[in-house]
Design a protein around this ligand. Structure first.
Ligand SMILES: [Zn+2]
Length: 213
């Protein structure tokens, strides 16, 4: 009886079968779309590798020495770490030359000087030696400062905003990826921006404004 009734009303079955078929089709298309979207999306690191470095970056890559520069590729790219050099009044060039010298076991990708000059020391697809366990997946920026307070000069600050915004734009990383050395290890670095949380938050706002400009 049941069978007969079903056979007599095949019209009810067809739309249902069509709907199920359509749903399966849509699900498959969705899965395929997601697969290709994920596969086709370049990573932050791939995007950075392909980016055109701004003309205001003075590229002075230090030699591979097994310490300051180990020549080891970044595992991935998830963050940008801001530091202060901790040596008041020193220039970007002096800090670069220290990284390049035999007494250093540290380095950063970039150093920003007191006049806003930017020197690159380590290739952007390699690990620097600045941010402890986050060397594996971050770009590091050291900033020079005029005095013991660790506050950046106006020119250094402006260059830091510009460089950080360029890194965010080039990699697709968001504001949450911009952190202090302090946020990795609790070290008081960059000192002024650990002691003055408001100044750090203002910096992040300035970067966000520059990115969306
Ligand atoms: Zn630091």
């Amino acid at each position: 009886m049941e069978r007969r009734m079903r056979r007599r009303r095949p019209g009810r079955k067809k739309p249902k079968a069509l709907a199920v078929g359509a749903a399966i089709m849509l699900a498959l298309l969705g899965a395929a779309g997601l697969f290709f979207a994920l596969r086709g999306q370049p990573s932050a690191l791939e995007r950075l590798k392909a980016a055109q470095l701004p003309a205001w970056v003075d590229v002075q890559i230090i030699e591979v020495d097994g310490a300051s520069r180990r020549g080891v590729p970044l595992d991935e790219l998830n963050g940008i770490v801001v530091h202060y050099v901790g040596n008041p009044g020193t220039s970007a060039q002096q800090n670069h030359d220290f990284f390049a010298g035999p007494d250093s076991e540290v380095s950063s990708h970039f150093i920003i000087g007191l006049d806003g000059e930017v020197i690159q020391c380590v290739p952007l697809d390699e690990k620097s030696s600045a941010s402890n366990e986050r060397n594996r997946d971050t770009i590091s920026i050291e900033v020079c400062h005029p005095d013991e307070s660790g506050a950046f000069s106006e020119a250094s600050y402006a260059a830091l905003v510009e460089l950080t915004a360029w890194l965010c734009q080039s990699t697709g990383l968001g504001g949450e990826a911009v952190i202090r050395h302090y946020d990795v290890t609790g070290k008081l670095c960059p000192l002024y921006y650990v002691e003055h949380e408001d100044a750090w938050l203002r910096f992040k706002e300035d970067v966000a404004a520059r990115v969306s400009a």
